[in-house]
Design a protein around this ligand. Structure first.
Ligand SMILES: CC(C)(COP(=O)(O)OP(=O)(O)OC[C@H]1O[C@@H](n2cnc3c(N)ncnc32)[C@H](O)[C@@H]1OP(=O)(O)O)[C@@H](O)C(=O)NCCC(=O)NCCS
Length: 161
């Protein structure tokens, strides 16, 4: 396995057809179903990056920008933005696609933090990430800021509890 990977090396893309059993009573996808799909592709990208078992530590900045309707196809794209010591920030974008009109738009976005585990289920090295393209480098720099902000917030909350 490669020692240093780019985000493209572990990126995951997955497609689903939205069925009635995915929907809420109003005919659009239930948010929890979207989150399950997001976590599935996000964890696969993290696993492909580190080559280890991973657990979801946090999901944040989950934005439901547009409803997704029964009969539409959705395309989920997951990529590792940033890697710390044992944690990885993965960005997932969910596009809804109307096959009749061919229109595709960004419906949901999320950032997820996964932690690599060793055989004893303890946090373990997540390996190294080397962004290559301008877009990967931009995502890396922005993720670095978010990781710092998350860590600072968790520390502040811990300190005052
Ligand atoms: C995630 C988990 C392994 C972290 O364990 P821990 O003892 O807190 O480990 P650490 O404090 O050493 O943190 C490990 C890494 O995770 C990061 N992390 C931990 N909790 C986090 C959170 N809530 N948000 C963002 N990052 C987090 C730490 O910053 C650290 O990153 P780094 O090694 O890259 O610097 C542990 O909390 C756990 O098992 N949680 C349950 C996971 C789960 O059941 N998920 C749902 C099903 S998959």
């Amino acid at each position: 396995m490669k020692k240093v990977k780019s985000p493209a090396d572990s990126a995951v893309e997955s497609r689903y057809l939205v069925m009635p059993n995915h929907a809420n009573p109003y005919g659009t996808v239930f948010g929890g179903v979207t989150v399950a799909w997001i976590d599935m592709v996000g964890s696969m990208a993290a696993q492909r990056h580190c080559g280890k078992e991973v657990v979801t530590a946090a999901i944040d900045s989950l934005n439901f920008r547009e409803p997704i309707y029964i009969g539409e196809q959705i395309v989920l794209k997951a990529a590792v933005n940033y890697v710390g010591k044992t944690s990885m920030e993965v960005e997932v974008q969910v596009f809804r696609e109307n096959t009749e009109t061919g229109r595709s738009s960004l419906a949901t976005t999320a950032y997820l933090t996964y932690v690599a585990l060793d055989k004893k289920k303890m946090p373990a090295s997540a390996g190294r990430l080397l962004p290559q393209t301008a877009d990967e480098k931009r995502r890396y720099s922005q993720a670095e800021l978010r990781v710092k902000a998350r860590n600072d917030l968790r520390k502040k909350i811990r300190d005052c509890s």
